[in-house]
Design a protein around this ligand. Structure first.
Ligand code: SF4
Length: 377
């Protein structure tokens, strides 16, 4: 019966690259660019129950990676370790991104025992002065000490997991700190650095922090990032950065929405984090290229507490949404990997232009038309 069910599930459900799960929307920090800080009066706080998590569990065997991350700090869910254990038992890779403040010695031991695959650490600077200012409620020195301790313990146990990934948010006010990121990665034992843009603006003022909107300096940003990529290579560090150039709309969403999904702490399924932000009421209007646009509304396809993930995945509204992107994908020979790579400057300028040709925004849902992720940043 188990095997039969498994065959049925595989028929109805594609293999997914990842399922992203918001285990909590709670956070103790107040990063100045985060919707959690700016929309704090109307934030929907909550943590996923173990019961809800187990509902998703039946779909885990269809996914390569379970990423326990949404609009909150994962370690504030008191069932986090049990959740990691459940997903690991199915054989999935498991990862999360944290602000690093919960990494006390006991927690580090627990993560080592559980063999968590990826431990992402959010950074907004490579020194206390910058990081602590931009990520209020976190402490750069404390995070660094915890990472050093993890590095030592991994060495002591000859363990390769968890891999530490540094997730650096690139802002105009912290860009210069980035020059030290490779040295920092080596110091704390990280072999992976990912630099992302601030690409969602919960307040209009934050636009001045976006490097991709800083037209006069865009070449400077790009050259600096390329230089860091070269330095990273020499030092055995993988360095990935999102483009500092606002480009023509991509044919596909770089969030890989045809082979992944997002589930919020209350069990709601959407295509990505931007289509289910835990805020009640109407948000401020978003802006793109100076034009006022409606804020991306929540686009939800079902609740995991009431339906299986495969039922939700195969529902008509969700299929119709994905179909728009499937149509956009037709006519381009390159697959999703190439399109995603194009965002990260892994292919030539010529190829980037090719994959972005002739894909007007008109056919996209509102929330995607207004989304900077479609613009390659
Ligand atoms: S374009 Fe933006 S809103 Fe639309 S699916 Fe992709 S990330 Fe989400």
């Amino acid at each position: 019966m188990g095997l039969f069910n498994s065959i049925l599930r595989k028929r109805d459900f594609p293999s997914l690259d990842w399922i992203q799960i918001e285990v909590t929307s709670l956070c103790g920090a107040s990063c100045f660019y985060c919707p959690h800080t700016i929309y704090k009066d109307r934030w929907r706080h909550g943590s996923m129950s173990l019961e809800t998590f187990k509902h998703i569990g039946s779909a885990f065997e269809m996914a390569k990676l379970i990423f326990l991350q949404g609009w909150g700090e994962p370690f504030l869910n008191e069932k986090l370790f049990e959740m990691i254990e459940i997903a690991k038992k199915v054989g999935c890779k498991v990862g999360l991104t944290t602000n690093g403040m919960a990494l006390d010695p006991e927690t580090i031991d627990h993560l080592l025992d559980l063999k968590l695959d990826i431990l992402g650490i959010s950074l907004a600077g490579t020194k206390s002065e910058t990081h602590n200012h931009l990520r209020a409620g976190t402490d750069f020195e404390r995070i660094t000490q915890s990472l050093m301790e993890l590095k030592e313990k991994k060495a002591g146990k000859n363990a390769s997991l968890p891999e530490v990934h540094l997730a650096y948010i690139m802002l105009k006010s912290n860009f210069e700190d980035l020059r030290e990121i490779i040295n920092y990665a080596k110091r704390v034992g990280s072999k992976d650095v990912v630099c992302s843009n601030l690409n969602f603006f919960p307040s209009h003022q934050l636009r001045k922090e976006a490097i991709f909107l800083d037209e006069p300096k865009k070449n400077y940003y790009y050259e600096t990032l390329e230089g860091l990529k070269g330095k990273a290579k020499e030092n055995g560090v993988n360095f990935f950065f999102y483009s500092p150039f606002l480009a023509a709309p991509m044919p596909l969403c770089p969030e890989n929405i045809l082979r992944s999904c997002y589930i919020s702490h209350d069990g709601l399924v959407s295509s990505c984090v931007f289509t289910n932000m835990p805020i009640s009421g109407k948000a401020e209007p978003g802006h793109i290229e100076g034009k006022k646009e409606g804020f991306p509304r929540s686009i939800l396809y079902g609740n995991i507490n009431h339906q299986s993930l495969s039922e939700i995945w195969n529902s008509d509204p969700y299929k119709s949404f994905r179909h728009i992107f499937e149509v956009r994908q037709k006519g381009i020979k390159e697959d999703i990997a190439l399109v995603i790579d194009a965002v990260g400057f892994q292919v030539s300028e010529k190829q980037k232009i090719d994959v972005r040709n002739d894909h007007p925004l008109g056919s996209l849902p509102d929330q995607c038309r207004n989304c900077y992720r479609m613009r390659g940043v």
